[in-house]
Each structure stands twice: as structure tokens, then as C-alpha cells.
Write a protein that binds this ligand. Sequence first.
Ligand SMILES: [Zn+2]
Length: 395
Amino acid sequence: MRDSTNEVLRNIATQGPLSRAQLARDLGLSGPTLTQATKYLLDRGLITELEQSPSTGGRPATLLGLVANAGQLLGIKLAEDHVVGVCVNLHSEILWKFEEPFKSRGEAAVKELTNLLRKQVKRVKGQLLGIGIGVPGVVSPLDSSTADSLMLGWTNLDVGKKLSQELNTPVLLENDVNTLSITESLYGHGRDVSNFITITLGRGIGMGLVINGELYSGSYGAGEFGHVQAVSPGALCECGKMGCLETLASSPAIHASAVTAGYIRPNTSISKLLELARSDKKIAHALFKKPAEALGIALGNVINVFGPELIFISGEGVGAWDLWEPHFQKSLKASVVSTMNKFEIEVDPWDDAKWALGATAIVLQASLSRNSNINSQSVEVKNRLRIASASGFSA
Ligand SMILES: [Zn+2]
């Protein structure tokens, strides 16, 4: 497949449906090159001609869109005790959702995950392009297969390769906050901006960075926002350092400070704790002021460095955003330099399926990536897309 063909497919998938004129303009392609590329994709059943675009006085143009059923993708988000997943078509329409209990710790974890996924793979009708997995931890950008996760109890676990062999399907892993960022960049307000940051609050504190429209993965991972220094020396963090942001502002840290202060018992649930904080301003102040201020300062520092247009705040912790917000806004404002104060903040309701949707997008992106040989799994996804198109599925 020529590069221009892949570029056309990528643009239609991420921004489509598009007219030929728009594609030629966006990609700087000549008429004959574009015709050749679109003919290749049309002949293979990957794209189709759609309805005419609304007439603006000129000649109406035919729009080109992806053929929804040319392939399907599975995406999951892993947590310590459960898995949430979706199956989507190439239009990223969710065909079904699933949620299963899962024990991430111990020898049997990979086997359990294999069995759980095998059930879903069997449900797929047509060509499965691959499985994307969002992991709460660091995933090697070199192979998209090896993961380290304090939360899951995984150390350098080559889980992608094992699953791929067992299921005979390409499996690509990505940090879960990055999968959420991908969802925002493809389907949310992140579509309209080049530079944005996603932060997630909850059991851990994560960050996804989209710079110039591309997810930033660093050379060995990135976005370890929960482990920026917030207090010195501070309490010992799970990561082995002292005084990380998570030691103050993660849900377990806030819960622990409420226990220490005698507001609740160790076995009181987070939702009961929030009820109590909402009913007593003093308690709310005592529990949320410090964490919210630390979060505002830490985020302000990142904003000063990267200059994003948009900040998404998500994760299960946003259920308590009303308790964070007043202190957070004040400290954020104080820590951002005035010339950088041009960003907007969007607080997103917690939705596990959104993270899983982003995990499907990493597989779709692998098939559309400019970089055709990122790793063996991406190459296999690309091959499958071509096989799918050749096998004659239609919309
Ligand atoms: Zn830490």
C-alpha cells in the first residue's frame, strides 16, 4: 500500500466522511494521486461513497467514509478487580459492552484474562482486527506488550505477547490514561485542539499528554503525574519515593487522612466519606483543601511547561469534584504564569467504557499509522485490515 493511500485512509477514519476535494487539500495530493488512492480503497471495500454533502451553492460533492463492517475491534480497560470492555466496528460504534470480575494479582492473572477475552473473541462476527488493552501503569512503547503496574501487581510482564499467542489475534497495550486521551482526541472536544492534557483522579493520579495532535509517550513512558513531588519529604509512596502527589491526593490517601483524623473507620466506604464531607464544611475543608491545592500547583507547573488549550479531568475521583474545585481553582490560578492562562478545563463524568473505547482506537490507529512497522503486532493489524477488505465484507 502506498503512503498516500494510507494517509487517505487515516484522514477518512479520523476526520471523515470527507470529500475528495477536502482530502486533496488536507493532504496536498494531486488529482491523479488521490484518484489512485481512493480507487484502491474503494476496490478493497474499505471505504464507500456516502451521501452528498450539503450544498452551499456550488456543485455537491460525494463524501467518502469508512465501511463500518470491514473489521471489528475489542478494547478493554483493566482494573485490579474487574475488566470493562467494548466491541466496536470501524465507525467506532459500540456493538456491545461487557464487564467481568478479574483478579490481576497472582500467577493465574494472564490465564484468567485469556479465558475472559476468548469468550468475547468468539462473539465477534467477521474479521477481528485486534484487541487493545488499557493498563493502569507503564507500557513499553517499544513493543506495546510489556507492562509494569503497581496497581495490578505486574512487574515487566509481557502480557500482550502471551495473550496474542493464546488468542491468535494482535494484542496492543497502552497506558489507560493514554487510551482515554485517544478517545478525547478522536471523539471528544480534543478533536478541535492540537495540545491538550488529560488528568485522572482516583486510586492513582494519571496524565495523558497530546502534543501537536499526537499522543506523547516519551522514550520509556510518560505522564507519571501522580509521582511528581508534592511535599518534601512527605509520606512514602507505592513507587518507593517520598511525598508524591498520590500520597496526598489519591482516593486512598484522602481516605487514610479521614481515618487518621477520626472522621471515619478504616472500613468506611469512599461514598460514605463523601456524604460526610458534604454534610460538614469543616470536614470537607480538612480533607480536600491540601490535596486540591497540591493538584492545582502540580497541574499549573505542567501547564506552564506545555501550554495546552484544554485540560480534561476524569477518573472515578471526579465524583467528588465539587469538594475539590474551590481550592483547586484558586491554587491553579496562582501557579499558572499569566501569559499561559488561556486554557479551558472540562470535567468529564466517570465512564469506564470511554477508556475501553480508546483501547480499540489504539488498534485502529496501528492499522492507519504513518509509521508502518512500529512492532510486529501493528504490522499484523495492518495485514488483517487488508485481509478483511479482500474477503468482501460489506456495510
Ligand atoms: Zn510515587
